[in-house]
Design a protein around this ligand. Structure first.
Ligand code: F6R
Ligand code: MG
Ligand code: MG
Length: 371
């Protein structure tokens, strides 16, 4: 049987500042999901959150980009925004960039990662939810899971994985996409995904099928809004086992708290810290950026779970390294490479400051130019 697995998320108000979601907003979203299930719009759901973002994790049969599902998510976020206003939450309705829903969430603010799949006899799926970072942050772990034999031994010893995988990469600036087949095109793939602010992996496919085995949200708010509206706090869903990376291979990349862009004011590099759901509240310098992993078994479209995968103490060392890295890089203050490079700062609030000062720049005198 075919099911659609959708994660739709938005920041519609923070508690306190940009650090968490107030329980009243969570209850509102939960109530809305329960009604949708009751009406038969969705088969099952789990309401989740990471930092100041609410995520609606849903299964249904309407396919990806469904108007009905997107409208439902939009209206749920609208309702929760009213609660956010009532409770004086910070940045209420922040990610709802337009006044009215118009057929699809594309370009409207909320992020979404959806895939239509044929449910296997047993279907383990892990949902990753991040706060204080951007969609390209999934490039590194997806590469490790599906292309790096030092991470995923299944690529070497499982005959059903030995052929490798295909990666669909989006150029978010030029709005183009390309598919790379690995391992043959590993080096070509890395040319692009090593620049995660622009090139992001949208889907991963097996070699012999066009059904996704992993999907990410790729929305970049500044490209939609034309102004800085925070980082995009992406989500991702990854299917596991039986010819795909095992659960442990899917989680393994996060044992290294690699550096991502985001953190304070969406303008800093910092470690990506794997945390349990109890610790998904970024507070130090509005961070550091963090990720939770919710594991589900799908059964006839029902979501059995979640298990809080990063609650495992085997991620304690990654968390400690993350904190040490955070301490080290914080001491750079406003200097690069803690602060993002100039071209990335263009998508923050900094250009307004630069604009104010531009007339005070005068030419360097006496500079010889021989061209
Ligand atoms: C980053 C983020 C926060 C805010 C910061 C300033 O994605 O959400 O770090 O950028 O707290 O927020 P404002 O400008 O709303 O005061
Ligand atoms: Mg916020
Ligand atoms: Mg957020």
């Amino acid at each position: 049987m075919r099911y659609t697995f959708s994660i739709i998320k938005a920041d519609i108000g923070g508690y306190v500042g940009h650090s968490d979601v107030h329980p009243a907003l969570c209850s509102c979203a939960e109530e809305s999901l329960a009604q949708a299930k009751e009406k038969g719009l969705i088969i099952d759901y789990h309401r989740a959150d990471c930092g100041d973002d609410i995520a609606l994790i849903m299964t249904h049969t309407h396919g990806t980009d469904s108007e009905e599902i997107h409208r439902f998510a939009w209206e749920t976020f609208e309702k929760a925004t009213e609660v956010a206003k009532e409770y004086g939450q910070y940045g209420a309705g922040q990610d709802l960039l337009t006044d009215a829903f118009s057929g699809n969430l594309r370009g409207m603010g909320p992020g979404f990662a959806e895939m239509e799949i044929e449910e296997r006899a047993s279907e383990p799926i892990i949902c990753f939810l991040a706060d204080k970072t951007e969609p390209g942050s999934w490039n590194y772990p997806l590469y490790k899971m599906f292309a790096d034999p030092f991470n995923t031994i299944g690529l070497v010893i499982d005959p059903s994985m030995h052929d490798g995988f295909r990666f669909e990469v989006h150029d978010l600036v030029e709005e183009k996409k390309i598919i790379f087949s690995c391992p043959e095109e590993m080096y070509d793939l890395l040319v692009f995904i090593g620049a995660p602010s622009r090139f992001v992996i949208k889907h991963v496919f097996k070699k012999d099928s066009d059904e996704p085995v992993a999907v990410t949200s790729t929305q970049r708010l500044f490209l939609m809004a034309g102004r800085y509206v925070g980082k995009d706090d992406p989500v991702m869903a990854v299917r596991c086992q039986s010819g795909l990376p095992a659960v442990g291979e899917v989680l393994e990349p996060f044992s290294f708290p690699y550096t991502v862009a985001g953190w304070m004011r969406g303008s800093h590099h910092g470690p990506f810290m794997p945390v349990s759901t109890a610790n998904d509240t970024p507070t130090r310098f509005d961070g550091p950026p963090r990720v939770v992993a919710l594991g589900f078994q799908l059964k006839d479209g029902r979501l059995i779970g979640p298990r809080d995968m990063f609650a495992d103490p085997s991620y304690d060392l990654a968390r400690r390294i993350a904190l040490e890295q955070a301490d080290y890089i914080r001491r750079h203050g406003p200097f690069e490479p803690h602060r993002l490079p100039l071209e990335e700062m263009e998508y923050t609030t900094m250009p307004k400051v630069v604009e104010k000062l531009k007339d005070r720049f005068v030419p360097l005198e006496g500079v010889e130019r021989d061209f």
